[in-house]
Design a protein around this ligand. Structure first.
Ligand SMILES: C[S@@+](CC[C@H](N)C(=O)[O-])C[C@H]1O[C@@H](n2cnc3c(N)ncnc32)[C@H](O)[C@@H]1O
Length: 282
């Protein structure tokens, strides 16, 4: 792994942790009893959350494969979480023998600590522990400097993370800063929990879940398709959305969903998340 190690004392073992809860939703082993209890509570409020987490992860995997197919070999994963259960470097290991590079970014000590452990012995991937809003710090960090060649295309992933950032932050401005640093041929992939879910009961369940998250260190926001589309539009003239634009999860490269069980689940989770991928032409 590239990047310095940090003190395990940063880990708070007494509180459920969002990265580990997410790992549990995904069926991973990097979670503790305290996380599973809180995860059960969240499932009680919005039973679809585990399926949504899996389908988000499945979209991320399709985004990585599609970027690889387009020739991209570098990945910058903002809000990477605990890098198991088919995260970016695992997908790359399965899909290519070409030299590839991955920089994970997460501001959460537990997620960062798990990442460091998982990446031990891997010299082509590393983590920057910081808030993704600190875009200057992300690019200035030794890990990024060492791993990424910004003269070559990068696939930036902001999957299931921008919903943890509130309206007091200038999300479109920060995305624009990232986009300006990326070479032609680069991509930006995003997903975000939807506020414009047609079914009122489903909307209420999401709202209960959202309110519960207010008391955790990770409150979250729901946003509509128009807002996510505006964020993509704000990336600048060189950027354009890949077909089919800002869409629901099962509609982005459905041909890459090879497991019928996952395809059926994707349909069920259809209304809850917006996703899209933009590419830089010049
Ligand atoms: C739901 S997980 C998503 C993991 C992965 N991207 C995926 O979709 O499978 C969200 C992650 O984003 C991280 N996160 C939340 N806000 C962040 C911020 N402002 N900067 C960096 N990371 C953040 C959390 O710590 C958590 O690990």
């Amino acid at each position: 792994m590239v990047g310095q190690s940090r003190n395990a004392a940063e880990l708070d073992v007494n509180r459920p942790n969002p990265g580990r809860i997410y790992d549990w939703f995904l069926g991973g082993n990097s979670n503790w009893a305290i996380d599973r209890v809180f995860g059960e509570r969240l499932l009680g409020m919005w039973p679809q959350i585990a399926g949504v987490a899996r389908q988000n992860r499945a979209f991320m995997q399709r985004a990585v494969v599609d970027a690889l197919d387009s020739g991209i070999r570098q990945f910058l994963d903002l809000g990477s979480g605990i890098p198991t259960m088919g995260n970016v470097h695992e997908i790359l290991q399965l899909r290519t023998s070409d030299p590839v590079r991955v920089v994970y970014v997460d501001n959460e000590p537990v997620a960062a600590a798990h990442t460091r452990v998982n990446l031990q012995g891997t010299d082509w991937a590393g983590i920057v522990q910081t808030d993704l809003l600190n875009w200057r710090e992300v690019f200035a960090d030794d890990t990024t400097q060492h791993l990424l060649d910004l003269d070559q295309p990068v696939c930036l992933l902001a999957v299931s993370v921008l919903q943890f950032i509130g309206p007091e932050s200038d999300i479109p401005g920060v995305l624009r800063r990232y986009s300006e640093k990326l070479a032609p041929g680069s991509r930006i992939a995003m997903t975000h929990f939807a506020s414009d879910v047609p079914d009122p009961e489903a909307r209420m369940a999401m709202e209960r879940f959202r309110t519960e998250c207010d008391v955790t260190p990770n409150p979250l926001w729901l946003r509509d398709r128009a807002t996510i589309t505006d964020w993509f539009d704000g990336l600048g003239d060189q950027w354009s959305l890949l077909s089919p634009g800002v869409t629901q999860l099962p509609d982005w490269r459905p041909d890459l969903i090879t497991d019928p069980k996952s395809a059926a689940e994707a349909e069920k989770m259809r209304p809850y998340v917006w996703c899209g991928i933009a590419t830089r032409s010049n």
